[in-house]
Each structure stands twice: as C-alpha cells, then as structure tokens.
Design a protein. Structure first.
Length: 161
C-alpha cells in the first residue's frame, strides 16, 4: 500500500489540476481544443507506469500488480470526483450551460434544424449534472486504469527497473 496510495493520489491530483487548466484557459468551450483534454490519459498512464514499476521491485506478481493498479485507479477516481464537483459547483458553475451552448453551435454548423437541436440539447442536458460529470470522471479513470494496468503490468515485469 505504500506505493498504491501515493500513485493513486498523484494521478488523481494531476488529472484534477489538468481539468482546472482546461477550465482556466477556456479550452473546454472550444471544440477545436478538445484534444488537450486527453492529456489526462497521458497523466494516468505515466502515473500507473511509475506506480507499477515500484510494485514490480517490491516483488508483486502480475495479478498483484493488476490489483495494485486497480486500487491506484480507484484512489485517483475518488480524488477526481472531488475535483470535478469543485470544478462544476464552485469554480465553473456555468460549465454545463457553456457546454450546451457549444453543442448548440456545433449542431447549427452541421445544418440541423432548430427543433432538432432543441431535442438533442434537451436529451443531452438531462444527463449533465455535476454529480453525473463526477461519476463519469470516476468511471473513466477506473475503466482506463484497469485496462492500462493489464497491459503495463506485463511490460514492467518484462523490464524491471
């Protein structure tokens, strides 16, 4: 656990900080800047590689590393939930409305009728709450963490530090 907790905290804090970078820069409002959001995947991969390299040195088996990486992702996900709730409730309370406006603009550029746009935005908006955003952050972090761990654990075992 002396590697799992620090790695999970590192991943969660760094991903949350990147979320705030996206907010402060306003990149989340511009579809052409959607790419930088995926830096979060790089952060998670780097954190998992670092953590799993530590666990291989500690003598963990492959399955032990998968468990460790899964726990790292869970810890990171819980931190991301907190970061997301702070982001959407306190720092950027207009986030959902701003994303809806961006989606509206994109749909107009695609030539959709206003009635169709209204229906799509209404369907989308029902699922866009701070709690849902936070849960999606956890689910994404956990799922990618487990998948990445399954691959990275093989790689770090073949190349111990």
């Amino acid at each position: 656990m002396k590697t799992v907790l620090p790695a999970g905290i590192l991943i969660g804090v760094m991903c949350s900080l990147w979320m705030f970078v996206m907010g402060v820069t306003g990149w989340y409002k511009d579809p052409s800047h959607a790419g930088p959001f995926f830096v979060i995947l790089g952060i998670e991969v780097a954190g998992l590689i670092w953590g799993l390299r530590q666990t291989v040195v500690q003598g963990r088996t492959y399955s032990g590393q998968v468990v460790a990486g899964t726990l790292m992702a869970m810890i990171a996900g819980l931190i991301i939930v907190g970061g997301s709730l702070i982001f959407t409730n306190l720092a950027f309370p207009e986030y959902v409305e701003e994303i809806a406006a961006v989606n509206r603009r994109v749909l107009r550029q695609q030539g959709k009728a206003e009635s169709e746009i209204a229906m799509e935005i209404a369907a989308w908006s029902d699922a866009q709450t701070p709690a849902r955003q936070a849960f999606n952050g956890f689910a994404g972090t956990f799922t990618t963490g487990v998948l990445i761990t399954a691959v990275v654990a093989v790689w770090v075992r073949a190349r111990p530090a």
